[in-house]
Design a protein around this ligand. Sequence first.
Ligand code: BG6
Length: 487
Amino acid sequence: MSEQNNVIDIVIFGGHGDLAFRKLMPALYHIANEGFISGESRIISMTRRAMSRDEHIALVRQKMDEFLPAEEFDAQKMEYFCERLEVLTVDLPDSATYAGLQEMLSEAPGRERLYYLSTAPDFFGVICRNLSANALVSEALRVVLEKPIGRDLHSARAINDEVLRYFEEKQIYRIDHYLGKETVQNIMALRFSNRFFMPLWDASNIDHVQITVSEEVGVEGRWGYYDDYGALRDMIQNHLMQLVCLVAMEPPCSLEANAVRDEKVKVLRSLRQMNVTDIETKTVRAQYTAGSIGGKAVPGYREGEGVSESNTETFAAMRIDIDNWRWNGVPFYLRSGKRMSKRNSEIVIAFKNVPYSIFANKGRCISQNKLVISLQPKESITLKLMNKIPGLTEQMRLQPVELELNAPIDGARKPLAYERLMLDVIRSNPTHFMRLDEVEAAWKWADVILEAWAENVVPMKSYSAGTDGPSASIAMIERDGRSWHEE
Ligand code: BG6
């Protein structure tokens, strides 16, 4: 049992959406069963299609069969979870249709309340306006906004302005689920609790940083959303940027939410704005064509629903620079794509070579020391070092060796990123959520690239599904005399 037992009403807008079934319901199943919310709490799904509570529960059960790992299923726990479920119909833009919610919530006044807006961002403003019009906004509640907040700085500002009319910034939790991943949270622990890294973590010792988030999966039925966004808006502007912040930030003065976010926003504001020549030479965009993954044929992106003419990138790679004292001259290479050869997310900190090698004769070379932080599928932190090959050879011979830094927790279930973050909202801890100025600074940087891409300053390349992206991405990093880290 947990340390707290809040009675809370959790209201999910977009309650029958892909995210709700795939991530939110499994997270809430664990939160409810582990006692983080009390038994009287309710999970209220707001949906477009009218359905009875029984039909809703049957649908949730069916989806949980699909998305909850088999080893986490327990019939009694599922029963307990389903008892907490409620459903209401809503037409998001129509204020009158919020009356049902008004009535349900007023049955139990004074409870804690959380609104989770898991809809397209265009609806965030109108939902908040309608909640307010129905007297459903009070100081004690929290509202969670799913990413992406808008599709550029202008739309992000409009959304944030509208939401801020009804909620205070401290009530708003802008979620980026990468911040809920165990290894991502461990970056701060690694950096700020180990003296060892302190003197090494800067431009005098680090040659470059690479961040890769590659997925085997494609768009998974989210064509309507994805085709309007693409890899830069869907992944780089938020998930990869948050990883850049955690690697590059200065030590915050405490773990208090604003202290951490103050440091992250400084990194975002130090990102060098690219000019057209930079965008031409330092960014790559591409779309996948038909190929095969794990021996299975996979159709190309343009063979998906209603996107035959699409010019949306499913892969993006770029070199970015951070203009501050710590990182001057240290490139950060980012890449992210769908339908790649394998699921692999990692951060590689590549250290500079030793100033002079006494081992350099006879073709023996020293590999760069690297710190590899693997986020998925494996969660690990590995330090790559050089070591002597044991033996009696006349000439000393070297080999690269790996030091695994993290101890796996035996037998423990790995909490889901959404579970950890939902719990943070329940506990009113916004540290791992994006503040308004972070979102806006990230869009400000991304907009310049997006505008140039929209004008076709950078040609759209292609790559076969099941590969590591277009050759242009390899050429981009090789022009700097470096290469992507591959295991
Ligand atoms: C989401 C994106 O935010 O993150 C998806 O919208 C992407 O397109 C997903 O597939 C990746 O998350 P994870 O946790 O599987 O790496």
